[in-house]
Design a protein. Sequence first.
Length: 176
Amino acid sequence: MPSGPILSGEKVRLQPFCEADITPAYTSWLNDPEVVRYSNQRFRRHDEASCRAYLASFAGSANLFLSIRRLGDGQPVGTMTCYRNTHHGTADIGIMLGERQCWGQGLGLDAWATLMGWLALQPGMRKITGGTLDANIGMRRIMERAGMQLEATRQAQEILDGEPRDIVLYAKFVDR
């Protein structure tokens, strides 16, 4: 059984992602060009085996792989990752809101803020980070609305639609 917190926000519940969450719907998110437009997942084709291998990569680590479920009906709508470095007191988080009909409803922001709030309370945690391609305006807004500040830009780091794009990195110090 995967370990990790069960957290409730105003619109979503976060819980450990488990084998039962590897469904055709989940796999379809990973293979949907619009869902993974700004992710390097767009270069891969996913199936049940690749999803099981990814889930297994979290076993025995401090990292988290979480299912995002809509409050009320419990429908899975996305996932979050959290890569923690306990030696440095840092956590880098990411999100994929796979159910496109849920976009623009504040579920991503609620999930992001809920996980950030929990992380900020963890002993030794001092900094939470996240990043995205500069063209991903929705993700940038989530990070900014969650209180993160633009920390750095990796200029022309990745190619999107044949054009070099910047990666923007955001951060929030827990004690600031």
